[in-house]
Design a protein around this ligand. Sequence first.
Ligand code: PHE
Length: 455
Amino acid sequence: MDNQGQKSRSSFSGKIGFVLAAAGSAVGLGNIWRFPYLAAKYGGGTFLLVYIILAVTFGFALMITEIAIGRKTRLSAIGAYGALDKRWSFLGKLASAVPMIIFPYYCVIGGWVTKYLVVFATGNSAAAAGDTYFTDFIARPLEPLGWFFLFIAATVIIVLFGVEKGIEKSSKFLMPILAVLSVVIAIYTCCLPGALEGIKYYFVPDFSDFSPMVILAALGQLFYSLSLAMGIMITYGSYMKKEVDLEKSVHQIEIFDVGIALVAGLMIVPAVFVFSGGKGDAINAGAGLMFITLPKVFDSMPLSNLVGACFFLLVLFAALTSSISLMETVVSILQDKLKWNRKVTCIVVAVCALLIGVPSSLGHGLWSGFQPLGMSILDFFDFISNSVLMPIIALLTCIFVAFFIGMDQITDEVKVSSNFAGEKLYRLITKYLAPVCIFAILVSSILNSLKIIVI
Ligand code: PHE
């Protein structure tokens, strides 16, 4: 299988091709929807500081590891770990399970974005800015389901008919527009009267907000946003040419991804202070924050419907490129394992995702009485993948590299095309810091959430 994999594997056209494709998968709802609500909830500046420290240490090390494993083995996650050490093939399976959990609920949120695009495009900005507009919407039994079906159908059609190329091409110019529009909106938000307090909250850490949960949330968000700890970067690495500078590419993807998240936070967090005083419920609004706060910002702008419609259209594109990469991963894993044809696999994946996504969609209305671990169903899936499975996979990956296959396997692969200035840092993190810290974070936050010890 290895040889066949090597021969038939296509490559990205070069350095920029790889960076853009990886950034297309990385930049998505994670940056624009998930990052700001976590930053608002977990203390603003404190979360930001922890996030940036984790990005340049753990994020850097894990991304190098995953891309190098992929480029070395020329296999996707499910085969790659096993190819390096048979006993570890279970880790490939575990990593491959994560996109299957994320994909359905990602499409539920994608549906919400589609709804907001239509709301603004039809000139209803004032209604969307209403206090209970979002909560009323997600509590309805049927409407959110309809939007969810629509979003998943769009993803499936693109993957099924193989028109990703077109989508990817258009996202190459739409993504920079999204970045520019976000900067403009962020500047506008920050100039609103009363925004200063929010800007302070966002940038100045207050260490009384600090807890293991903050680190765990930041760590899960980092993996999610960079598409790490779920095998995706291994697959992307397997398409990367040997002459591309791996270390430099990792830096570029990180700068791009973290940059967009920072701006998205600046667009949303100060606005919470402007419109709701930044207290209690408003700051803790969670998954709905983007849909509650941004419409208020747009509604206060000139040409509100146009700005809102453009913004949600661009976010929809970012979400689609990510959902395509999620679905592609699931489809190719199943195809590799079960040897089904592509069409059948796509349809099976779509039907499963529909069935699994329905509870996430209904969890805010009809089924809101059902609260696993005290969370909504969507939050529960999000928690299991991001705060439980991904840190465990990251921890095991570090142990696998440092103590089983040997770090030279990875560093040699990186050095094929890069002088690897960060090698010392990489070794220190992968062998000592990451295993110890991730283990400690996991244990303390599990104890914390079970209320055994309160830190
Ligand atoms: N990284 C993507 C985002 O930020 C989400 C994603 C996760 C995409 C996993 C693909 C795979 O939205």
